[in-house]
Design a protein around this ligand. Structure first.
Ligand code: HEM
Ligand SMILES: *[C@@H]1O[C@H](CO)[C@@H](O)[C@H](O)[C@H]1NC(C)=O
Ligand SMILES: *[C@@H]1O[C@H](CO)[C@@H](O)[C@H](O)[C@H]1NC(C)=O
Length: 267
């Protein structure tokens, strides 16, 4: 990765998912461009192997640790929701490797905003995304782990939760202490499947924000969750489309942006 970064850097960290036999296979970081329009083949001439190299590096990282795919996906989401997908999340004044960066993000303290339905939807809408994108992109929670501190209030105090599910999680996440203990976000955490949505139908969403998307109130949100729970193919295709949409939030074009020579520093 360093080789690519230092020669002609320009990650546009759009993440593309490939599904192979239901398993997470690869994420591809798409290079940026400095011309007026963004292209997905920026390195076609200068480094034709770029995408292949990135794919194999990411694949290796995921083989070493399955959670890495999830962590990179979340990294991309957080980059995009802060001033567009400009890779600014990679910027650091210290010499940080991607692994260190991912580790830091895994312990990131998020503000305790009440993650209610209307807040989630308006947050997505403020980025040009709609309800369907909110449902689909939340489906990113089909993979990865979460720390006790992020779901404690839900498993002890929420009512819209399956009681047995809550009790089983309480074993690994005590009311006090154990903040860093982790639980899988859905029960098939290394598989890109629709179990995340199926769980919502059974009040088994891990996060309050997840369960907000299905409250058995006959809303459009409910209908979408039900649809994707039963349509793995639609989920796969539509998730990809929403990822591209998210990856296009506030693109820097023309002289507004730059191709970094080193992904950790502005030129
Ligand atoms: C809708 C608003 C969202 C909320 C409130 C939310 C909340 C969370 C929380 C609380 C965690 C656990 C973090 C921790 O343990 O410190 C998490 C993890 C994760 N989120 Fe989200 N998330 C949202 C949207 C998304 C989106 C759009 C994606 C990607 C498409 C995503 C992908 C992930 C992944 C993959 C993980 C697991 C990361 C890992 O295992 O390292 N999330 N999210
Ligand atoms: C549950 O709610 C009560 C009453 O609001 C509060 O005192 C307590 O800290 C909450 N527990 C958790 C784990 O959030
Ligand atoms: C959780 O892990 C982070 C990062 O390693 C550490 O700074 C923090 O003190 C830990 N918290 C607890 C309660 O163990």
């Amino acid at each position: 990765m360093n080789r690519l970064c230092s020669s002609s850097y320009g990650w546009r960290p759009a993440v593309r998912w490939k599904r192979r036999g239901g398993e997470l296979a690869a994420i591809v970081l798409v290079p940026t461009t400095c011309t007026a329009q963004l292209t997905s083949d920026f390195y076609k001439q200068s480094c034709p192997q770029a995408l292949q190299i990135i794919r194999s590096v990411v694949k290796r990282a995921i083989n070493r640790e399955a959670r890495m795919g999830a962590s990179l996906l979340r990294l991309h989401f957080h980059d995009c929701f802060v001033n567009g997908c400009d890779g600014s999340i990679l910027l650091d004044d210290t010499d940080t490797s991607l692994l260190q960066l991912v580790t830091r993000l895994r312990f990131w303290e998020v503000l305790p905003i009440p993650m209610e339905y209307y807040w989630l939807l308006s947050s997505f809408q403020s980025h040009g995304l709609d309800l369907q994108d909110l449902i689909l992109l939340s489906g990113g929670h089909t993979t990865g782990l979460a720390r006790c501190t992020t779901f404690r209030a839900r498993i002890y105090n929420d009512t819209n939760i399956d009681p047995e599910f809550a009790a089983s999680l309480q074993k690994g996440c005590p009311a006090n202490g154990g903040d860093n203990n982790t639980a899988p976000i859905d029960s098939t955490t290394t598989h890109f499947d629709t179990v995340y949505f199926k769980s919502l139908l059974q009040k088994k969403g891990l996060f309050h924000s997840d369960q907000e998307l299905f409250k058995s109130d006959g809303s459009d949100s409910d209908t979408l969750v039900q649809h994707y729970a039963n349509s793995p193919q639609d989920f796969k295709v539509d998730f990809g489309a929403s990822m591209v949409k998210m990856g296009n939030i506030k693109p820097l074009t023309g002289s507004d942006g730059e191709i970094r020579l080193n992904c950790r520093k502005i030129n």
